[in-house]
Design a protein around this ligand. Structure first.
Ligand SMILES: Cc1cc2nc3c(=O)[nH]c(=O)nc-3n(C[C@H](O)[C@H](O)[C@H](O)COP(=O)(O)O)c2cc1C
Length: 359
C-alpha cells in the first residue's frame, strides 16, 4: 500500500493567511448554504471587514447570535490624536454595517439594523437582525454594489483630468437623500483650488505635531507586511525598499511641507471633490459611514477611483473654514476626491475574520 509522503501532505496544506490577499478572496469561497447559521453569518462578516477605516485601524468586532449579528465599536483601536471624538472611528463602523447589509441581502436574508446610541462601549452599537427572506431577491442595485465590495480600495495616485459625467454625479448626490448625510459635490476649479489650499494648510499643521506623526507612524507598514492592519507604503505609491523606513521617517521628521504640496496638487487637479456633511452626533457619524460606503461601492462599480483628504476636517479651525467656504448648513465629515486613474490601487491588509468575532 502506498504511504503518504510528508511532502505530499505539505503540498495539500491550505495556503498561509496573507493579510493583503486572503480576505479579498472571499468571492472564491462558496456561501455555506447547507452550513450552520454561525458559518453563514461568519461569511457575511468576511464582507463587513473589507470596509474602509481611518488609518485602517478596523475598529470593529462582531458577535454572532441565532437571529443576527451584534456589531461593536472597538475603542481599543481608536486614534486619540487624529480622531479624539471617535467621529471617524464610528464612520468606519457604519461602513462595515453597510457591507454587512449588502452581503446579507445578496445571500437571501431580510435585514433590519437597530442602532444603540447609549455610548456604553460594553454594548453593541448595532444589532443586525437577519432572517431568511421569503421573497426572491435579485435587486440589481444591491448586486452591483455587492460585486464591488472586494474590489473597493482607496487610490492615492494622481487622477486624470477627464471629467465625471453629470448623471453619475447625480447618482452619488442622491445617495445622501435617504440618509443622515448630505452630499456636496464641487467641480468648480476655483473652489477646488481654495479647498486644496485648506487641505495643504491643515496637513502642514498636523505634520508639525510630533504626537500626530507618532500616531500615524504606528499605523504605517512596509509593503510586504504580515501585520493585518494599518497602511502599507504601497497604498501611498511608495516602493518596497523605501516603504521599510517610512514608519520611522514619519515619526522622526516633519515632511509636512513636501506632503502638503503633493496633496494640494492632487486635490486641486481632481475632476471632482465630494463632501459628506451632517450634524455632529453619534447617530449621524454612523449614518455618514453607511452612506460613505454606499458611495464608494457605487464609484468602484462605475470604474471611478477615490481618495480622502480629511486633514481640514480634523483641525477644528480649518473645519469651520471649509464649512463656510462651501456654504454647508451642517458640519463637513469627510472630504474625498473622485476621478479616473491609470494606476490601480492596491489592497490594504485586513485581519482574519476569526479575529473580528467575539466567541
Ligand atoms: C472615516 C475615514 C477617514 C479617512 N481619512 C483619510 C485621510 O484623511 N487620508 C487618507 O489618505 N485616507 C483616509 N481614509 C482612508 C483609509 O486610510 C483607508 O480606508 C484604509 O487605509 C483602508 O484602505 P482601503 O480603503 O483601500 O481598504 C479614511 C477612511 C475613513 C473610513
Amino acid at each position: 500500500m502506498a504511504t503518504i509522503e510528508v511532502d505530499d501532505i505539505k503540498g495539500m496544506q491550505t495556503p498561509a493567511f496573507d493579510p493583503l490577499r486572503t480576505p479579498y478572496e472571499v468571492e472564491n469561497m462558496p456561501f455555506p448554504r447547507e452550513g450552520s447559521l454561525q458559518e453563514q453569518f461568519t461569511h457575511l462578516v468576511r464582507y463587513a471587514i473589507l470596509a474602509p477605516s481611518s488609518h485602517n485601524t478596523q475598529p470593529w468586532m462582531f458577535r454572532l447570535f441565532e437571529n443576527g449579528v451584534a456589531v461593536y465599536a472597538d475603542y481599543t483601536r481608536r486614534l486619540p490624536v487624529a480622531d479624539p471624538d471617535n467621529r471617524e472611528l464610528l464612520m468606519g463602523v457604519g461602513a462595515a454595517i453597510m457591507n454587512l447589509r449588502i452581503a446579507a441581502i445578496h445571500f437571501g436574508f431580510d435585514v433590519r439594523v437597530d442602532y444603540n446610541f447609549s455610548g456604553d462601549s460594553e454594548l453593541p452599537i448595532a444589532f443586525v437582525s437577519l432572517s431568511p427572506s421569503l421573497h426572491s431577491h435579485g435587486d440589481e442595485k444591491i448586486e452591483k454594489l455587492f460585486g464591488a465590495i472586494s474590489r473597493r480600495h482607496t487610490n492615492r495616485h494622481p487622477f486624470l483630468a477627464a471629467r465625471v459625467a453629470d448623471v453619475m454625479m447625480e447618482r452619488y448626490r442622491e445617495a445622501g437623500e435617504e440618509s443622515e448625510a448630505s452630499i456636496f459635490i464641487s467641480t468648480d476649479p476655483k473652489r477646488n483650488a481654495a479647498v486644496a489650499e485648506l487641505v495643504a494648510y491643515a496637513g502642514r499643521l498636523q505634520q508639525a505635531d510630533p504626537e500626530f506623526r507618532k500616531e500615524l507612524g504606528e499605523w504605517l507598514r512596509p509593503n510586504k507586511t504580515q501585520k493585518p492592519d494599518g497602511m502599507t507604503g504601497a497604498s501611498f505609491g511608495i516602493g518596497d525598499i523605501p516603504s521599510a523606513v517610512v514608519p520611522w521617517a514619519v515619526k522622526s521628521l516633519d515632511m509636512g511641507g513636501m506632503r502638503a504640496k503633493h496633496d494640494e496638487r492632487l486635490c486641486r487637479e481632481a475632476p471632482a471633490l465630494l463632501v459628506l456633511y451632517s450634524e455632529d452626533s453619534i447617530p449621524a457619524w454612523l449614518g455618514v459611514g453607511e452612506t460613505l460606503e454606499g458611495i464608494l461601492l457605487g464609484l468602484t462599480r462605475d470604474g471611478l477611483q477615490f481618495s480622502f483628504f480629511n486633514m481640514p476636517i480634523e483641525i477644528p479651525e480649518a473645519r469651520l473654514q471649509l464649512k463656510e467656504m462651501l456654504g454647508l448648513g451642517m458640519w463637513p465629515q469627510l472630504l474625498l476626491r473622485i476621478g479616473y486613474s491609470m494606476e490601480q490601487p492596491v489592497p490594504s491588509p485586513r485581519r482574519p475574520v476569526e479575529d473580528c468575532i467575539i466567541r
